[in-house]
Design a protein around this ligand. Structure first.
Ligand code: UDP
Ligand code: MG
Length: 140
């Protein structure tokens, strides 16, 4: 399948520590995404800073790095037709208070910062973010 049909996700520390990992993966799989690669790990502050470098100038950057390195995450590459847009729909708005009912953030997120999951915002960023965690040999 063409790489533009892939997206990248992380289940964030608030969701893994609250025990939502299985329920979130279940929703992702039932929505028709195939797991291409998956890793249970933890980011150092330096790694979280590099991953979110695009947000360096935003006021929440330092808190975001602290939060994203505060516990375990699940990183995964997902595959489906229209993966980037369909996954953004499945997770809902950044602020869970504004996320549609039934979306992953509506169901599982605690707040706008601890919002349960990451989803790439473009095909280009999906490829960059996937390559941050996985080598080409791990992407099947
Ligand atoms: N974030 C935050 N405060 C904000 C906006 C974003 O803490 O006002 C965090 C939140 O964890 C979000 C991440 O920064 O998921 C990246 O922000 P972005 O605007 O890219 O939101 P997303 O693409 O994750 O919906
Ligand atoms: Mg984003």
């Amino acid at each position: 399948m063409n790489v533009t049909n892939r997206t990248f996700t992380m289940i964030k520390p608030d969701a893994t520590s609250a025990g939502h990992t299985g329920a979130i993966l279940d929703k992702i799989i039932k929505a028709g995404f195939r797991i291409v690669a998956m890793k249970y790990t933890r980011l150092t502050p330096e790694e979280a800073g590099r991953f979110y470098a695009i947000h360096r100038e935003r006021p929440f950057y330092n808190d975001l790095i602290k939060y994203m390195s505060s516990g375990n995450i699940v990183a995964a590459i997902l595959e489906k037709d229209n993966a980037v847009d369909d996954f953004r729909k499945l997770i809902g708005a950044t602020d869970p208070a504004k996320a549609e009912p039934g979306t992953i953030r509506n169901l599982f997120a605690k707040s706008i910062d601890a919002n349960a999951v990451h989803g790439s915002d473009s095909n280009e960023n999906a490829a960059i973010e996937g390559a941050f965690f996985f080598s080409a040999l791990e992407m099947h």
